[in-house]
Ligand binder design. Sequence first.
Ligand SMILES: [Zn+2]
Length: 283
Amino acid sequence: MTHSIFSIDVEDWYHILDVPSAPALAAWDALPARVEDNFRRMLDILGETGARATCFFIGHVAKRFPALVREAKARGHEIASHSYEHRLVYTMTPAEFVEDARRSRTLLEDISGGPVLGFRASGFSVTEATPWFFEKLVEAGYTYDSSTFPASRGHGGLKSGELAPHGRDTAAGRLAEFPVTVTEVLGKRLCFFGGGYLRLFPYPLVKRMSRAVLAQGRPVIFYIHPREIDPDHPRLPMSASRRFKTYVNLDTTEGKIRRILADFPVTTFGDYLAEHRSAFGVS
Ligand SMILES: [Zn+2]
């Protein structure tokens, strides 16, 4: 079976986007952290089957908890970047974006002692309004990206984007792009494989849709957050619709992760890329 890709966005319970009650960066360090326990528990779950994942760290989290980066690396996982400040791409200037992406990469390379190839933007916030994103990411020193969401969603999305992983030319060089996995159901592009979508849908449907994607020769990109295996984490006040998306079915995530790992062989983005390098055309 084609390998799928398992990824974790390493952030805490208060890293919720576009909610007025979300604390500002200056307040983060004073908040009670749950990411340490939750992330380590997630590594334990992966360890039960020997599965390896790509861990996209928010730079600010890595700076506060560098031991988590070293532990993930020591346990065989790939270290990648989820930006430094977790800002939405479409709220940044190109120069601000490069600065933030580079700062996060450099920090993670310093802590882990190895190269950091991959990036994932907060909220998959790459849109038609940020055409500069891919070139700036190469400029910031990255080889691959997993930030595009080829369907409609709350924080933008690239509705008409390509579905399969592909290579992409930019003025700064070539980039390997891994769009978030979506599949067409009754003419609509839907995601079943991460975050709120994985929590919302029953596992048998997630499994059936994963099989359908693999049958098309695409890897399934699974993505989760450490807070999603912690049903008791503190809640931020927000609108009813956001509350539903953010907190629905938290108690089902851990079981779904175990079933995914039992049913599908997974690997890291880095290893997938190394195996399919010529298809992406990156050096
Ligand atoms: Zn995030």
